[in-house]
Design a protein around this ligand. Structure first.
Ligand code: G4P
Length: 531
């Protein structure tokens, strides 16, 4: 039993895919699933679109705007490994959700468009990976199109993201001249074949670069010479592969390929699975929780309401951090201080949700939430009691005052806005002495205002008016016993409280923060609040 448990956990690989929109994340994910035998795209003309809609279009707004709002989780098997992919929403405005998703991953795959290099969203997401110190693997995509110089791309990743890179393979040309990739370890050329969409790789031709005749025949004299020169340069200049450095998030293994034509995907997946880690120990308030040694534990990283409109359901996504979940098992909800049973725990397998009766550390399960869970909550075995260290709350940068149009719908309004806030997509604040009459909403990305408006109308039948406010900075007052009205601030400073009643201040610019600190000796302000 013990070793079964250990085997199951050790064969799990849980990672997130990050990229700037359009770099090819969806296409790459789809090809991964293809290798896992989860979907068969062969013969399906609209394969990509179908898969995309099936797996992540949970909200109407996504279809309307053509962006992915929610993050989905997919599980599949490949080469004896059980793989969990956390898809992250690509739109830059949904950053907070994405950040939380990254908390549930053990490593990240960064997809970069070979013609574009490092783009703003990649930079932002990468920063979060950096904060967590998780390993980052780079897949430089779209090599079947004209790409930028490979050395330039590598250079840019190193400089812009501040991480060392180690190319595992190297492209031979790009666009019309794309001939394949060179595997640095084996010294072999894997020739590019525009694999039919939807079919697996495997037919590619492998030739040793040192076999002059065969390699000349395969890629031609010019490309061969260029490759030899580039490899020489690369061997002299690049970091050697070092697994430890990869594990610490200091060195990113780089692969080249073309997700659309399904080239280099299997090479990537095969190598990546060897280099990435099984579920990592997690830090709690009572020390490190070992994934195998400890009984069942998990934390909530995402709450999604109304995934199925007909049922008005609300699902809490949990990342299992240790042990094993079994259907019908009792668990202890630490923050709620209650023993309970997880309701309808589900897992996503490609395009279908199904109830699970077994899940292991590394897996993600979605459980029905009757309104008891909050982001960051710990669930463990009865008798155990610890909290996983807080999922950071990201400081909102945009604020708006929200009023409902029809004051008769007060109840629905409060219920709706509270629920959406509990999901973590928005944060809500009350003005001092105002109660729920006036609500101030804070978000990380402005698009969330639209999502809020849309969801309140669509799911709660409440129309709202949003009045954007000029504040950009938020600071919690560390000493909660301080009466905010005694603080001498600047004239544009606003005193509010969060849902937990903690006092905080909103500022228009950082100059006002400095001024307020200066005027109130001993006052301590925090940019983040702990859960
Ligand atoms: P995302 O999830 O990162 O936003 O990107 P997605 O996979 O949706 O890909 C964005 C566009 O780039 C798609 O084209 C997709 O077909 C294309 N693409 C992805 N990988 C490659 C690649 O390796 N080579 C080339 N040439 N193109 C690639 P689209 O026109 O927006 O969509 P569609 O009409 O193909 O569905």
């Amino acid at each position: 039993m013990g070793s079964d448990l250990s085997n199951e956990i050790m064969r799990r690989r849980t990672f997130a895919i990050i990229s700037h929109p359009d770099a090819g994340k969806t296409t790459l994910t789809e090809k991964f699933l293809l290798y896992g035998g989860q979907i068969n795209l062969a013969g399906s003309v609209k394969g990509k679109a179908t898969a995309r809609h099936a797996v992540s279009d949970w909200m109407e707004i996504e279809k309307e705007r053509g962006i992915s709002v929610t993050s989905s989780v997919l599980q599949f098997e490949y080469e004896g490994k059980c793989i969990n992919i956390l898809d992250t929403p690509g739109h830059q405005d949904f950053s907070e959700d994405t950040y939380r998703t990254l908390m549930a991953a053990d490593s990240a795959v960064m997809v970069i468009d070979g013609a574009k290099g490092v783009e703003p969203q990649t930079r932002k997401l990468f920063k979060v990976c950096g904060r967590r110190g998780i390993p980052v693997f780079t897949f430089i995509n779209k090599m079947d199109r004209d790409a930028r110089d490979s050395f330039d791309l590598i250079d840019e990743i190193e400089k812009e993201l501040g991480i060392a890179t180690c190319p595992i393979n190297w492209p031979i040309g790009s666009g019309k001249d794309f001939k394949g990739v060179y595997d640095r370890k084996s010294g072999n050329i894997v020739e590019f074949a525009d694999t039919e969409k939807g079919t697996k790789e495997g037919k590619e031709i492998v030739i040793s670069l040192s076999d002059e005749e065969a390699s000349l025949k395969a890629i031609g004299e010019e490309a061969r010479e260029k490759l030899i020169n580039e490899i020489e340069l690369l061997d002299g200049a690049s970091e050697p592969f070092d697994q430890e450095e990869v594990n610490n998030g200091k060195l990113s293994p780089v692969f080249f390929g073309s997700a659309l034509t399904n080239f280099g995907v299997e090479i990537f997946l095969h190598n990546f699975l060897k280099m990435t880690m099984s579920p990592l120990p997690r830090v709690s308030d009572t020390g490190v929780i070992d994934p195998v040694e400890r009984g069942f534990s998990a934390f909530v990283f995402k709450i999604q309401a109304n995934m199925n409109k007909a049922h008005r359901d609300r699902v809490a996504f949990m990342r299992i951090c240790s042990g094993k979940y079994e259907g019908g098992m009792d668990v202890y909800h630490v923050q709620g201080e209650k023993e309970l049973r997880l309701i309808q725990p589900q897992q996503m397998m490609a395009d279908d949700r199904h109830v699970v009766d077994k899940a292991y550390a590394g897996d993600i399960i979605g459980v029905f939430d009757p309104g008891i869970y909050s982001i960051g909550d710990t669930i463990c075995s009865p008798g155990d009691k610890f909290r996983f260290s807080g999922i950071p709350t990201f400081a909102p940068e945009h604020f708006a005052r929200v009023r409902q149009v029809d004051t008769m719908k007060r109840k629905q309004f409060v219920k709706g806005i509270m629920q959406i806030a509990e999901e973590g997509a928005i944060q809500i604040f009350q003005e001092e002495n105002y109660g729920m009459e006036e609500i101030i909403v804070g978000v990380v990305g402005v698009l969330q205002f639209e999502v809020l408006q849309y969801r309140l109308k669509n799911e709660y039948n409440v129309e709202i008016i949003l009045e954007q406010l000029p504040y950009e900075h938020i600071r919690w007052i560390r000493d909660r016993s301080i009466d905010p009205s005694t603080i001498t601030g600047t004239s544009d400073m606003k005193r509010v409280r969060d849902l937990k009643g903690r006092p905080l201040l909103l500022f228009v610019n950082s100059w006002s923060i400095g001024m307020t600190l200066e005027r109130n000796e001993g006052l301590e302000l925090d940019e983040f609040s702990d859960n």
